[in-house]
Design a protein around this ligand. Sequence first.
Ligand code: FES
Length: 114
Amino acid sequence: MKPVISIAALDDGKMMACKVDDVDVLLCRVEGQFYAMANRCSHARQALDGGRLRGHEVICPLHSARFDIRDGRCLAAPATQPIQTFPVKVEGGKVMVSVEGAQQPPRPRFGPLN
Ligand code: FES
């Protein structure tokens, strides 16, 4: 686990991009809990930090696919694949993230066009 930010650096209901060991990570804070996932949409690899966070859902800024930040599952097309999530813990006022086992983002997979 690597310290990424202090708890106070991210308000509730917000998200931010960060790098952990050269991995692009999206860090989110919802209802006091922190979540981390790869900052790359599984549809066409758009960074997600420019999108919107609605509850536990992040909405991709490019084509509006939605993902659950708790487990990375895809909730809405055009994406069809999940996004890798990473373990997070809070210790000594710092948000710690482990990207051990981080995978390269999958090749883009496009859903149906209709
Ligand atoms: S790149 Fe995210 S929905 Fe297309």
